[in-house]
Design a protein around this ligand. Structure first.
Ligand code: AHR
Length: 547
């Protein structure tokens, strides 16, 4: 269907009455226009040795009274496995480029203690202790512990290699330690002595992280030399190693252009599987500021205009995907290299973490849930381009899905979005178009806008999953959803995450169920059209059986 036809139909639909209410938005799902399979890896996560992510979050230790599986927090494993994580990235982030994997193998009591990359950060919460495992890493959680964690939650592992401060040979040997068949190499024997006889068969390998910044401060041409050095002639042990190159910082398209230009000059794409893109969303109090820490917005108790500002910053994702993709396509005409958005999420100023050891810990409200819904919808609409994405980070850090401190544990609204959306995984994404007025807001004295509604759909056989996010903090949307190409609708189940329009709503250890998914909402069916009232500030999921 041409866009103009859709918009004409949509405008006509705005005048249609179902009962008493007029629709003020229209979603069309084109059942016969598949875009691509939604890779489970889009439902990827990120675990870095940063603040309370590993120590307190994932790792409690084998001696702990907190229920654990070989030292790994059991409550986390159970809740995390439930949302079917496609992949987990480790050990960083910036930490990765200062990490020596050899520090984290062998008997735990013999492992060295090292200053953590983040020890001297200026974003530590007030009252944070000056020592302890978050500042001086005892390396209790290393390669084998991480790979066991990934296995326990059913996710593929994604390891990020240190390009800034180790050599290519160290990288080859890490691959060897993880992947060499039992008994074949000295490193495989060492792995066996460390309790892991069988290889872990790690396929995803990041070649550096933010190589334009903490990963070496390279320029694209310099990074290309490192990329080649690290990715050529790596022992493969029969596996299809999938390298992820360190892509741009948000909108820095020249990084992508300069890198791909040089990469393609020698022919081939250096075995690259994915191009990493990082995009964090922020508020900037009073316009652009040089104060990196205090200049960001608050996670909670924020003014309403920061709701819009943050979501519109997050919504740049669509442009970042299409713009990078277009540039990559100039050099890689067949698009052999896909996008891996291996860090995304909201980043607020310090002050709302659940413990003082949780560097970059922040509360997570309905605003974060809406951000997650919109972003995942965007990934689905570009399922032909985005092969992996990793929200930052899993627990106790940035846009976390979990809070864990000592024996306390809670899930965030973002967790519930991942839970609802997991049904999209592996299905064919369908072209989905939305007609809806933009939301207008004041951004530091200037008129700005945010999309009025977000949606995406996927299908497998007759089951169709549709997700709709209403980013309007004040008003519900009356939405007509048309399944174009379908004979009719057999049945539908609706679940919704909303908090009665309370945009500050969040979960805490004391009130862990303030924001949870509710089922039982309904949508009126009329032929192949659904009429649904999307509550203000909400994320909804429909499971529809097409007739
Ligand atoms: O996720 C926190 C940090 O943000 C990561 O370590 C780094 O890659 C990014 O700048």
């Amino acid at each position: 269907m041409r866009r103009r036809d859709f918009l004409t139909t949509a405008t006509a639909a705005a005048g249609l009455m179902h009962g008493q209410q007029t629709a003020n938005a229209r979603v069309e799902v084109l059942v016969n226009e598949p875009i691509g399979r939604i890779a489970p890896e889009i439902y990827g996560h990120f675990v870095e040795h940063l603040g309370g992510v590993v120590y307190d979050g994932v790792w409690v230790g084998v001696e702990s009274k907190i229920p654990n599986v070989g030292g790994l927090r059991k409550q986390l494993i159970d809740a995390f496995a439930k949302i079917k994580p496609g992949v987990v990235r480790w050990p960083g982030g910036c930490f990765a480029d200062s990490y020596n994997w050899r520090d984290g193998i062998g008997p735990r009591n013999t492992r060295p203690k090292r200053a953590n990359f983040w020890a001297g950060s200026n974003e530590w919460p007030e009252g944070a202790p000056k020592d302890g495992p978050t500042r001086y890493d005892p390396n209790w959680f290393g390669t084998v512990e991480f790979l066991r964690f990934a296995k326990a939650v059913g996710a593929k592992p994604y390891l990020a290699a240190n390009v800034r401060s180790l050599t290519a040979r160290d990288f080859y040997e890490w691959v060897d330690y993880c992947n060499a068949p039992a008994g074949t190499t000295t490193l495989a024997e060492q792995r066996e002595a460390h309790g892991a006889k069988e290889p872990f068969n790690v396929e995803y390998w990041g070649v550096g992280n933010e190589s334009w910044g903490c990963g070496g401060s390279f320029n694209p041409e310099e990074y290309l030399v490192e990329y080649r050095r690290f990715s050529e002639w790596v022992p493969k042990f029969g596996l299809p190693l999938k390298y992820i190159g360190s892509g741009p910082n948000s909108g820095d398209l020249s990084w992508t252009r300069r890198f791909f230009d040089k990469l393609s000059q020698k022919g081939g794409f250096g075995g690259m599987w994915g191009w990493g893109l990082h995009h964090y969303s922020w508020n900037v109090s009073g316009g652009r500021t040089t104060d990196w820490v205090a200049g960001k917005g608050a996670a909670i108790g924020y003014p309403e205009n920061e709701w819009y500002e943050l979501l519109s910053d997050a919504d740049k994702m669509e442009h970042l995907i299409t713009a990078n993709w277009a540039i990559m396509g100039e050099f890689d005409k067949q698009h052999r290299v896909k996008l891996a958005v291996d860090e995304w999420g909201a980043w607020f100023r310090p002050g709302s973490s659940v413990a003082s050891t949780h560097l970059l810990g922040q509360q997570s409200t309905m605003r974060d849930a809406v951000l997650a819904g919109m972003t995942l919808d965007t990934f689905h609409r570009h399922a032909d381009k985005v092969a992996m994405a990793n929200i930052a980070q899993l627990v106790n850090c940035l846009q976390a899905l979990f809070f864990a401190h000592e024996d306390k544990f809670a899930t965030t609204p973002t967790y519930h979005v991942f839970d609802m959306y997991a049904a999209h995984q592996g299905k064919q994404s369908l072209r989905t178009m939305v007609a809806c007025d933009d939301l207008r807001f004041d951004r530091h004295g200037k008129q700005a806008s945010l999309r009025g509604l977000s949606a995406s759909a996927s299908m497998e056989e007759k089951t169709l999953i549709l997700t709709i996010t209403n980013p309007d903090p004040k008003a519900a949307r009356e939405v007509d959803v048309q399944f174009r190409g379908a004979a009719g609708i057999g049945s539908q189940q609706v679940s919704v995450l909303e908090a009665g329009g309370d945009i500050q709503a969040h979960n805490t250890f004391a009130a862990p169920n303030r924001v949870v998914v509710k089922s039982g909402a309904t949508a009126a069916i009329n032929g192949s059209t659904l009429r649904y009232r999307a509550p203000a500030a909400s994320v909804s999921k429909f499971e529809v059986t097409l007739a």
